[in-house]
Ligand binder design. Structure first.
Ligand SMILES: NC(=O)C1=CN([C@@H]2O[C@H](COP(=O)(O)OP(=O)(O)OC[C@H]3O[C@@H](n4cnc5c(N)ncnc54)[C@H](O)[C@@H]3O)[C@@H](O)[C@H]2O)C=CC1
Ligand SMILES: O=C(O)C(=O)COP(=O)(O)O
Length: 313
């Protein structure tokens, strides 16, 4: 019988082509909701998922499942222990997206420094003079502090190398490089003008940045989080933004996604909010779909997965 690959969300055609050419049936689903996935994926030998929760209960509804492919890098929402107990591979696409996420991180750093969003909104509102009372900040001469100096953190440092900034990083497993000094965690919060979060969401990092860290930060410093919402204590960030403990924030990820419009972050004028778009580009989505589906094919053909190799772009 033809093996099924279940895609709760559609992916670029290059990925579907790899699956059909390898002889698999592609089942495009209608969303990430638990019951929907359980029904639509009941016959699946492989699934290709986003950031939705994928636990043992869902795995048990898919008795043929051999591989869970994360179309992305963070697999914090996949119960890897449950998969391992069931003999199911978990793969991801770390090589595909580091550069793209770093581009978005640097874009947001520049956008909050120059008030790009507010100035554009002001023009749309027929307010050319908004700029007068809202000068931006130069990036040159500032200190950028990177928390988590892995694939993405290193790409951020590379992209920033032409900006005349001092770059420091905290990561217990990383070493200083030509242009990046590894420092202790406190030094990041106390001295950086931009604190950039590129940590994995693991028990050690969950809610690890809150009021104590915001109080350590300089009043004119910015927080940029492109990693996972759960790393920040959101309510304490709101307080810090309102009290002026920090100058502003750029956030691509939130504890609850989609971010409810009732969340107190919405409407603050010193925060740039984007809907989890750091890797959401035409080129990177195609590369992620390619890497993930090639690994699905390998596993379903009885080979070892390859895309999940810790290698820089
Ligand atoms: N906004 C978005 O669309 C995207 C978000 N992400 C998030 O970015 C995260 C990072 O991705 P990569 O750089 O590829 O991962 P990575 O595993 O290459 O790098 C993470 C680094 O954090 C370090 N680390 C671990 N615990 C730490 C701690 N307590 N303190 C300081 N450093 C610590 C590790 O040693 C590692 O070097 C992912 O886990 C994912 O959640 C990834 C892609 C897209
Ligand atoms: O790769 C990751 O970890 C991401 O956060 C990308 O998110 P997505 O799978 O595109 O919703």
């Amino acid at each position: 019988m033809t093996k099924q690959v279940y895609l709760p969300d559609d992916v670029p055609s290059v990925g579907k082509k790899i699956l059909t050419e390898a002889g698999f049936e592609v089942v495009i689903g209608s969303g990430r909701e638990r019951q929907t996935m359980k029904q639509e994926g009941a016959q699946a030998s492989a699934v290709l998922i986003g950031t939705q929760t994928f636990d043992g209960d869902i795995m048990d509804s898919m008795p043929n499942l051999k591989v869970i492919a994360r179309n992305g890098v963070g697999y914090d929402a996949v119960d890897v222990d449950a998969a391992t107990k069931r003999g199911i591979y978990v793969v991801n696409t770390p090589k595909a997206l580091s550069g793209s996420v770093a581009e978005t991180a640097v874009s947001e750093l520049l956008a909050i420094s120059k008030n790009l969003y507010q100035n554009s909104a002001a023009i749309h509102d027929d307010n050319w003079n908004y700029r007068k009372a809202h000068p931006g900040r130069d990036v040159a001469g500032k200190t950028v502090g990177i928390l988590g100096f892995g694939r993405i953190g290193q790409q951020v440092a590379k992209k920033l190398s032409g900006f005349d900034v001092k770059i420091i990083a905290y990561d217990p497993f990383a070493k200083s490089t030509n242009n990046v000094e590894i420092v202790d965690r406190e030094t990041i919060f106390k001295t950086a003008d931009y604190v950039m979060v590129h940590l994995p969401a693991i028990p050690e990092t969950k809610h690890s940045i809150g009021s104590a860290e915001f109080k350590m930060m300089k009043n004119d410093a910015y927080l940029i989080n492109m990693a996972r919402g759960v790393i920040i204590v959101e309510s304490e960030l709101v307080t810090a933004l309102k009290n002026g403990d920090i100058a502003g924030a750029a956030l691509d990820v939130f504890e609850e996604e989609p971010l409810p419009v009732t969340n107190p972050l919405v409407g603050l004028d010193n925060v740039l909010l984007t809907p989890h778009i750091a890797s959401n580009t035409i080129e990177t989505k195609a590369q992620m779909a390619t890497d993930a589906t090639k690994d699905i094919v390998r596993v379903l053909q009885g080979k070892m997965p390859e895309a999940n190799v810790n290698q820089l772009n």
